[in-house]
Design a binder for this molecule. Structure first.
Ligand SMILES: [Zn+2]
Length: 83
């Protein structure tokens, strides 16, 4: 299960965008750090979407909760593939 983005708060509370989000059924509720952008999108589309929007999602999360300790961006979405 690839984690695309993880936001870690004090006490170890972690919010992730992972397969529970991008592989979810479209008719389920979403309360994800991706603001629902990756919900039910599948991994390939979610990776593209995350590359484009991850900095905005991190800024939004920090705006809502300035106590965020760490942000981890999945290795697969940190760079565009070369080929
Ligand atoms: Zn998500």
């Amino acid at each position: 299960m690839a984690t695309l983005l993880a936001i870690i708060r004090p006490g170890g509370r972690t919010q992730r965008c992972d397969a529970r989000c991008y592989d979810a059924r479209p008719d389920t509720a979403c309360n994800c750090v991706c603001e629902g952008a990756n919900h039910a999108a599948g991994l390939a589309v979610a990776m593209i979407c995350t590359r484009r929007q991850v900095q905005r999602w991190i800024a939004l999360a920090r705006e809502r909760d300035p106590d965020i300790l760490t942000v981890e961006i999945g290795l697969d979405v940190q760079t565009d593939p070369l080929f």
